[in-house]
Design a protein around this ligand. Structure first.
Ligand SMILES: Cc1ncc(COP(=O)(O)O)c(C=O)c1O
Length: 394
């Protein structure tokens, strides 16, 4: 009998990596990929193609021979454009020379932020439900995610008083995401101010993942990073994937004080070297010339949000109208099904994909996430199918 090479002690895989649960979303994506006629409200990716002028800038760059590495920090022109954008949109100041690194999407920006601050055993407060990567990223660094639950009754808005309750001597940071994936909730400004006070008082970092900050409805965008009192404690993450439909170009950025950026740069230069030049050139074009394209997409998301929220409530699945992103998080407990069974049966019986809400952290939410990054007419059909599905259960 032959023994597997992996059974040898010297060949055993990392226990830390083995302990990480695989993404609950991935399982659904694999099934959806085998079902070409399925309507997917599952994937958190814009259905739009990157605006043409951004694509053209990328093609032009290639034709001009732009195929090299850039500075480890990323192109200065892009950092300058980002700095100007942040100042204009949020009244937030980060210096292009030494307070911004261009990364492989917000994914790498998040990883750099966490690596730069976590020592084993440090606690990171994570409001729930949360983006699927937050818990595993913290755990891979031997940090401890500390959940703070947000509720449907409060439209999933984070309350500073709930944050205060979980602060300990080991609290290293809070990881905010507003607008939120998967609920679309926007943290009210008064709560951000209170959270900033807590951060000041207890001395912890505020990592703010603002990847959905361009997709905001019914209110003016504001960032906790504009609170100058905690400027040195802020690590600001943003990117181009969602706002400009540029997921495949892999461009994000992290901004922080120059000491924190220096530490992140040490990690970034050894692990990634620099973000792809093509994406960086496209991102410059996006910031400089694609305002109207962005607005067109945001207006369309808003139209879809109004449709999908109305339809879920009509069907009897309680759903709040979120202030941002492109997700709704309806409660499905009235169906008597668990979120996994609901999502699985909906997929196999009606060919509509949603994601069970309990994959977004450790709280057992009786909700599903539906992304409206799918065209309006398909959403209409999907909602009719969900209505039939729920009707059949009753
Ligand atoms: C909250 C949040 N942060 C970060 C990311 C990663 O985005 P990127 O494509 O920039 O790596 C996502 C992607 O879905 C997200 O939802």
């Amino acid at each position: 009998m032959t023994t597997s090479i992996l059974e040898k002690k010297t060949m055993q895989l990392s226990q830390t990596a083995l302990n990480i649960s695989p993404s609950g979303i991935r399982k659904f994506f694999d099934i959806i990929a085998q079902m070409p006629d399925c309507i997917s409200l599952g994937v958190g990716e814009p259905d739009f193609v990157t605006p043409k002028k951004i694509i053209d800038a990328g093609i032009q760059a290639l034709q001009n021979g732009k195929t090299q590495y850039t500075s480890n920090f990323g192109m200065l022109e892009l950092r300058q454009a980002i700095s100007a954008y942040l100042e204009k949109r949020f009244s937030v100041t980060f210096h292009p020379e030494n307070e911004i690194i261009i990364t492989f999407g917000v994914s790498e920006a998040l990883d750099l932020a966490l690596r730069a601050i976590i020592n084993p055993g440090d606690e990171i407060i994570v409001p729930e439900p949360s983006y699927v990567s937050y818990h595993p990223n913290i755990q891979l660094l031997y940090g401890v995610p500390v959940p703070v639950i947000t509720t449907m009754e409060n439209e999933f808005q984070l309350k500073a008083s709930d944050v205060e309750r979980v602060i300990t001597q080991k609290t290293k940071a809070i990881l905010l995401n507003s607008p939120n994936n998967p609920t679309g909730a926007v943290i009210p400004w008064e709560e951000l101010e209170k959270i900033a006070k807590l951060a000041k008082q207890h001395g912890f970092f505020v990592i703010t993942d603002e990847i959905y900050s361009e997709l905001i409805y019914d209110q003016a965008p504001r960032s906790i990073a504009s609170i100058t009192d905690i400027q040195d404690q802020i690590i600001f993450l943003n990117g181009f994937s969602k706002s400009y439909a540029m997921t495949g170009w892999r461009i994000g950025y992290v901004c922080a004080n120059k000491e924190a950026i220096e530490i992140m740069m040490k990690i970034h230069q050894y692990t990634a070297l620099c973000a792809p030049i093509l994406g960086q050139i496209a991102a410059i074009e996006a910031l400089k010339n694609a305002e109207e394209d962005k607005k067109r997409m945001v207006d369309e998301y808003l139209r879809r949000r109004n449709l999908i929220t109305r339809r879920f409530n009509e069907i009897g699945l309680q759903c709040h109208a979120p202030g941002g992103a492109f997700y709704v998080f309806p409660n499905i407990s009235s169906t008597g099904l668990s979120p996994e069974v609901f999502a699985e049966r909906l997929l196999f019986e009606k060919k509509v994909a949603v994601v069970p809400g309990n994959v977004f952290g450790i709280t057992n939410y009786q909700n599903v996430r539906a992304a409206y990054a799918t065209n309006y007419d398909k959403i209409k059909i999907a909602m009719d199918l969900i209505e039939q599905f729920v009707g059949d259960l009753r």
